[in-house]
Design a protein. Structure first.
Length: 176
């Protein structure tokens, strides 16, 4: 085996990427503190063709060198928007017939592997603050709460890891 060079990967240009049909998936970041985590979410969103990222509350916005360090240019390819209040955004998305799922450990949550998507439906997944998680009022307003199964001694995953796990799982489910 030989590692491929970047030039051999056949990746689209930023302009081509913007014209590519995306999966009907939005990512909502609820008060994320780490600029590196934010950049990582952009990069993962680029990899899995998500439609848009919403940066809410204290979540920093591009351009910023620490976001760029992990995003590696994905802030230019992935559409994004700032929303001051996560709950207001969730309520607006739901009014626009988007199904909202908070990624959180909660009563009556659905395990990620058991979550099924509906064809021709747009979804938004909400990821919370590194310490406090998704705000309770946002969890309560969500259509679903999706939990990533974990069997170890730790209570949570890093947000960038959680985003990778969830987006990969949903990306596979969107592939009809």
């Amino acid at each position: 085996m030989r590692k491929l060079k970047n030039s051999e990967l056949g990746r689209p240009t930023i302009e081509e990427f913007k014209d590519t049909v995306k999966i009907p998936l939005l990512v909502v970041l609820d008060n994320i503190r780490s600029l590196n985590n934010i950049g990582s979410v952009f990069r993962t969103g680029d990899a899995f063709l998500i439609e848009k990222i919403y940066l809410c509350g204290i979540t920093a916005r591009p351009p910023h060198k620490d976001i760029h360090k992990t995003a590696l240019g994905a802030t230019e390819s992935v559409a994004w928007e700032y929303a001051a209040d996560t709950l207001e955004l969730v309520e607006k998305l739901k009014a626009d017939d988007v199904i909202v799922a908070s990624i959180e450990q909660a009563e009556n949550s659905t395990m990620l592997q058991n979550f099924q998507i509906e064809p021709n439906q747009k979804y938004a997944v909400v990821f919370g603050n590194e310490v406090k998680g998704v705000q309770q009022k946002v969890v309560s307003a969500s259509n679903y709460c999706i939990e990533i199964p974990q069997l170890g001694t730790k209570h949570s995953l890093n947000i960038s890891v959680s985003v990778g796990v969830v987006l990969w799982d949903l990306f596979k489910k969107f592939q009809y």
